[in-house]
Ligand binder design. Sequence first.
Ligand SMILES: C=C(O[C@H]1C=CC=C(C(=O)O)[C@@H]1O)C(=O)O
Length: 411
Amino acid sequence: MQFSTHLSSTVQTQQTSHSIWQGAVQAGYPAALWRLPNRTDRELIIDASGTVATVAMDFEELPMGFAVSPFVNPDAERTFFLKADFYWRFDENGTMLAAQNKLPTDHPAFESLFRTDSKTVSKEAIPIVKVIKSIQNQQLDFEEAVSRAIRQMERGTFRKVVLSRTKTIRFEEQPDIPMLFNRLCQAYPNAFVSAVYLPDRNQVWIGATPERLVSVDADGIFRTVALAGTQSAFDSEGRQKRTADAPWTQKEIEEQALVGRYIIGCFKKIRVREYIEEGPRTVVAGNLMHLRSDYSVDTQAVNFPQLGTVMLRLLHPTSAVCGMPRETAQAFILQHEAHERELYSGFLGPVNIARQKGPETDLFVNLRCMKLEGQEGTLYAGAGLTEDSSPAKEWRETELKCDTMLSVITQ
Ligand SMILES: C=C(O[C@H]1C=CC=C(C(=O)O)[C@@H]1O)C(=O)O
């Protein structure tokens, strides 16, 4: 096990991600807990400054940490950043595999994070939840906004827009975030699962997203995806469908192709021709299936070490969460959605995490997520619209997307 010099291994190995998370929340330290897709390790960082800084995203400049961006964040210039004053890695059974810290042991954070009374025992069940917003009005409003978008697309104002809605729930007691996080990890092995505590906003954001936005691994391989098109992963009898048998409509194929075209447009802008494109193929994301194309570039071979940063600024928000053309679609969203998206459909993930071979960054689009403020949870879900959309079908799609979180909460 790797340990930093400042902290004795006895103090560290006694901690669990659960006890450290609870200690951070009680003391008001920003914290991020995550598990990368198809991995078992859980990682946790704490920012001991007590506040979350706002930074311009630049992978070359940023220290090790965790980035969280709102949906509205031109050029990723105003991104929230939790720096990793403390970092831990645990296996799926909670055994600590690695720990690092950057602070002297007399820093007050030690006292708050490792106090024995912060080790509350994990509750077995998630408290009862109630859906508290009137679904009827919301459905009417959403479908009306979809109809308006369709009319604009028929007139040629834009080609695609992604409209979202919320679902508000109330927990009878404060839910146990690390336990919810573990359930999401078990239910969605190929998702990026994360929980972020932001004391300045008094919010926790938790989710299991299927959409990678930008990754750069220790070998300098850049990756992104074009994800769109949605259908249930189960047939009418509740059996899991085979991905090879998933039928896609022309509307869904076109919707996903627009996301792919948008990504290729970004490569063209910066004259990168050496990208590899694979797909589209059908992928399973929990209870849903999507169409996905994968794009990768060897940044060392093309001698473009800043590609990750440059592409992030160009890509966000992609047409999987905004639309095409981007500016017109974003203006429509801001004008017609009844709620503020805040961090939903922004991006989030670990930045410059020190691995054996070098630093790695993995940013994902913040989808299939819930914002938690006290006992109130807000679920967010959107649907990609083209002129061939049907309002009722798009509403049902957002219901299915809300179920990604809800089914785990109400399990
Ligand atoms: C906007 C969301 O999903 C996007 C990602 C995959 C498929 C989508 C779709 O079929 O509309 C969306 O573009 C969401 O989950 O809230």
